[in-house]
Ligand binder design. Structure first.
Ligand code: SAM
Length: 222
């Protein structure tokens, strides 16, 4: 049985994430780059669905120590994050974004590839919670697997993702197993639906940050 909702065990996540998400490193560098411009001196950062804590580590290296909360529903992910971030002061919460208790204390909230397991209603709740966590003017950044708007677009997108995974060193059976999760274990939505959910949550500025193949990044300002 898996110990979290991703396609791999927490202990294997860091070594293998690039095989599932070949552009994974760009999700993190694009996030940090956006924060450098939109919120150059963040004093408080909440990372929900923090996984093994890689983004938080990079955020500390980039912006220095600050108030940090890292949340994830998977205990095994959090325990790796705790080891990775042992030198730093970080508060941990074992919870999904949809169940967070929110105070508007944060300059930056991030949710990188953590909401596509949720139903439409819970995804809306999760996004609202991220909004509530932010101070006025704070920035929310999220990356997600997306759903193309046409049947052909879907076919092409999934085939490109499949090929990218094979080129990254994943074996054929594992690629097929992963791609078969689409629509069954993960529930991606279109770019427009992302924008609508962010606007509905109350964000005043909503923008696409990055798009490639089957993933996209968005930023939104409260
Ligand atoms: C693909 S990993 C991404 C981890 C990390 N954000 C990163 O960029 O490496 C997805 C993470 O989302 C977490 N997750 C699953 N359901 C979630 C939920 N409802 N809310 C927040 N995170 C969730 C999983 O436990 C896992 O750690």
């Amino acid at each position: 049985m898996r110990d979290n909702k991703t396609s791999q065990a927490a202990s294997e996540y860091d070594a293998n994430v690039h095989k599932t998400l070949p552009r994974y490193h760009l999700f993190l560098t694009e996030t940090l780059d956006l924060v450098k411009t939109a919120m150059p001196k963040p004093e408080a950062w909440f990372d929900t669905g923090c996984g093994t804590g890689t983004l938080i580590l990079q955020a500390i290296e980039c912006f220095g120590e600050m108030k940090i909360v890292a949340a994830d529903p998977a205990e095994e992910m959090l325990s790796i994050a705790k080891k990775k971030l042992a030198d730093y002061q970080v508060t941990y919460m074992q919870a999904g974004s949809e169940e967070l208790v929110c105070t508007d204390n944060f300059d930056v909230v991030t949710a990188i590839m953590s909401h596509h397991y949720l139903s439409e209603e819970l995804r809306k709740q999760a996004t609202k919670n991220c909004y509530k966590l932010l101070k006025q003017g704070g920035v929310y950044i999220t990356f997600e697997t997306i759903r193309p708007t046409s049947r052909l677009g879907m076919q092409i997108g999934l085939e490109r993702w499949q090929n990218a995974q094979l080129l990254s060193g994943k074996d054929t059976a594992a690629v097929a197993k992963h791609i078969n999760r689409y629509g069954i274990e993960i529930f991606p939505i279109t770019i427009q639906e992302h924008i609508d959910i962010l606007r509905e949550a109350g964000f005043s500025t909503v923008e696409v940050l990055w798009v490639s193949c089957m993933q996209a990044g968005f930023y939104a300002i409260k």
